[in-house]
Write a protein that binds this ligand. Sequence first.
Ligand code: PRT
Ligand code: ZN
Length: 284
Amino acid sequence: MKLKLAIQKSGRLHDDSMKLLKECGIDISNGVNKLKADASNFPLEVFFLRDDDIPQYVEDGVADIGFVGENVVFEKDKKVVIEEKLGFGKCRLSIAVRKGEEYTGAAFLQGKKIATSYPVLVEKFLQEKGVSAEIHEISGSVEIAPGIGLADAICDLVSSGSTLFMNGLKETEIILQSQAVLIKDAKITPEKQQLLNKIIFRIQSVKKAKNNKYILLNAPNNKLNEIISLLPGMKSPTVLPLAEEGWSSVHSVLSENQFWDIIEGLKAAGAQGILVVPIEKMIM
Ligand code: PRT
Ligand code: ZN
């Protein structure tokens, strides 16, 4: 028995999806030109599909699981379960209007034309705000719609914001924050769920490792207590004597979001020779 995974064939999510599998120790043998490929060291078969089709394939059980953007999952609204956030493909689905326009909130959109590839999510947003507007569904190049007089506003994915900027638009309201997620068939069998649990365990270990750094530093023994008090660590820091009398080497793990604050504190407390190294996997 094999678990069947659907990932994007080509596009923004493809490379990160393949990279994540690799980081999970799963080797996919063949090229992208095929429709599907087998893992050589895990009971996994990978299907390469258009991202928009992935929720449907998973709902139908043609694939058991998929890697796809939350924006697509919520827009397609299929019977699938979001099992894990994957930490890549981050973007937001936003309303944007012409730069010169004064946007006073969702009421601005009353009676206007909105161009989007996300009619379901836009309709839901308008309903929540009690606004009625005309939704113009287009499948690509949404950002040019206001410039050619097709719409007064758009709703599209934004990451850096440069596409909006280059088209004379400004982002006025975020309707969804999105990233790639692992979805599964709601009717997945217990046997396949067991295989999936193994993959999820590996993904979580990879994600934790990315959010943490291994830190090594030298500390004068008379400052050791102060330095140790600054370090969280998995249990407590490792402290080893240095060859030089009166000094110790301290090893610990720091999470990315506290990183710079703690480093500054460590330096101020007298730590020297601070080394920071990436962690490949973190098994808790
Ligand atoms: O062929 P297929 O249907 O599989 O691919 P696609 O063309 O529909 O999708 P693709 O590859 O463009 O995007 C796949 C997924 O990547 C999306 O569903 C999102 O989950 C995620 N993602 C993350 C993005 C972006 N960031 C993004 N910036 N998808 C699209 N964009 C586009 C956006 O539509 C706009 O045109 O990039 C432009 C804006 O980018 P900035 O950086 O200029 O703001
Ligand atoms: Zn698509």
